[in-house]
Design a protein around this ligand. Structure first.
Ligand code: AMP
Ligand code: GLY
Length: 413
């Protein structure tokens, strides 16, 4: 099989790496990919949906794997299906579970799916009235895609009024701003591999979102991940029965069955698991910790999704723990330095590239999050030791990374 992966980050590099371990995969192409991936995989820039379709026909691509959410929102999966090209991604309509938080919330409310209570604020005057009466802290979210910048936790009314004004500016054209009850607990991510009728879940993974150790500092796109998360296992059945099964049934009943990978962001609270968000794709950086542990042939898994064979598929995982640490450019997540030379010696860990390009004599940084280093070992402690040892031997001046990825705080407050 010949696969085209759409995307350019560490997640897509981990997806390409998983395909490269699949005996059913003969050729891997990434658009646009990046200079780090291009050392191993064929990367090229296909600008726009029409060029992707033409390329797939001309090169006889057997499957397109869409990494990020934006092309799904833009309708790429629907167009590919209409052209008879196999695609691993939900339709634009099914992708609304991520692309419209208002849609996801309404669906959860209508189907008694456990999540934070919410109100949809349609304009600023309705918002002022609501914010004068609600209890604090309150969580405010833009309705549409906001590239990780759409959630503000506010501890009082003046803060909330200000946050709301900025979210209304961002959500122009969308349904408005969501005000959500603040959930207390610990967070975990789970992926469901869904065909139109059946699903199976992945190992649990955990993302470290803040810039500094002990979850301090600004929010980022994710500074590292660990997989699996044994403390979450006792909630798996409840999550499958009370969240996944009813959501997927509701999507079928709405006429937009979900086919693809569904990401569940969960808060484990004293009352049980609650949905924080859905994403219509793999997570970043969780994927860089999850996929190296996949034992099942990745193409076989993708074929089972697109051919409606999820019920029968034997999904197997390597019995190890993976720790993935992101190396960012100095200044990230604000304005960051670019053009820093990077040299990576031969390592025991895997390296997944995101913000890199070719310089005169090798790779240079070009993004905020630059690369992820992942190590897998028999125990969490061994994986942590190995990953941090490997990071020390990478030559990437002034890079920023967390020293506590893998630290577990999975206890209820
Ligand atoms: P989201 O983009 O919806 O995943 O939100 C980003 C992050 O904000 C989450 O990973 C949580 O850490 C936090 N968050 C979102 N919603 C809530 C909530 N209702 N209560 C507490 N924290 C939240
Ligand atoms: N790890 C969070 C995300 O991919 O949205």
């Amino acid at each position: 099989m010949k696969v085209l992966i759409i995307g350019s980050g560490g997640r897509e590099h981990a997806i390409a790496d998983a395909f490269s371990r699949s005996s059913k995969t003969k050729e891997i192409i990434v658009s646009p990919g990046n200079a780090g991936m291009a050392e191993v995989f064929r990367c090229l820039l296909l600008a726009g949906q029409d060029e992707i379709v033409q390329f797939c026909h001309a090169e006889k691509v057997d499957m397109v794997f869409i990494g990020p959410e934006q092309p799904i929102k833009d309708g790429l999966s629907d167009l590919l299906r209409a052209e008879g090209i196999r695609v691993l991604a939900p339709s634009q309509d099914a992708g609304r579970l991520e692309t419209s938080k208002a849609f996801a919330k309404q669906l959860m409310l209508a189907n008694q799916i456990p999540t934070a209570g919410y109100s949809l604020l349609r304009d600023e005057s309705q918002a002022r009235e609501f914010l004068a009466k609600c209890s604090y802290p309150i969580v405010l979210k833009a309705d549409g895609l906001a590239a990780g910048k759409g959630v503000i936790i506010c501890s009082n009314e003046p803060e909330a009024i200000q946050a709301c004004a900025s979210l209304f500016r961002q959500s122009a054209g969308e349904s408005g701003v969501l005000a959500e009850e603040y959930l207390q607990g610990w967070e975990v991510s789970l992926f469901a591999f869904c065909d139109k009728d059946a699903f199976q879940t992945s190992l649990f993974a955990q993302d470290y979102k803040q810039l500094y150790d002990q979850d301090r500092g600004p929010n980022t796109g994710g500074m590292g991940a660990v997989c699996p998360v044994p403390e979450a296992e006792k909630y798996r059945q409840e999550i499958e029965d009370k969240i996944l099964a009813p959501v997927l049934k509701a999507m079928r009943e709405l006429g937009c069955p979900y086919e693809g990978i569904l990401y569940l962001g969960l808060m484990i609270t004293a009352q049980g698991p609650r949905v924080v968000e859905f994403n219509c794709r793999f997570g970043d950086p969780e994927t860089q910790a999850l996929l190296p542990l996949l034992k099942t042939d990745f193409m076989e898994l993708c074929l089972a999704i697109t051919e409606g064979r999820m019920k029968e598929l034997q999904l197997e995982w390597i019995n190890k723990t993976a720790v993935a640490v992101v190396l960012a450019a100095p200044g990230y997540p604000s304005a960051y330095k670019k053009g820093i030379k990077i040299h990576i010696p031969q390592l025991n860990s895997k390296v997944f590239f995101s913000g890199v390009q070719s310089g005169r004599s090798g790779l240079i940084s070009s993004g905020g999050r630059v690369l992820t280093v992942t190590n897998m070992a028999d125990t969490l402690e061994k994986a942590k030791t190995a990953v941090y040892r490997d990071i020390k031997s990478i030559d990437f001046p002034d890079n920023v990374y967390r020293k506590d990825i893998g630290l577990r705080k999975n206890v209820l407050p």
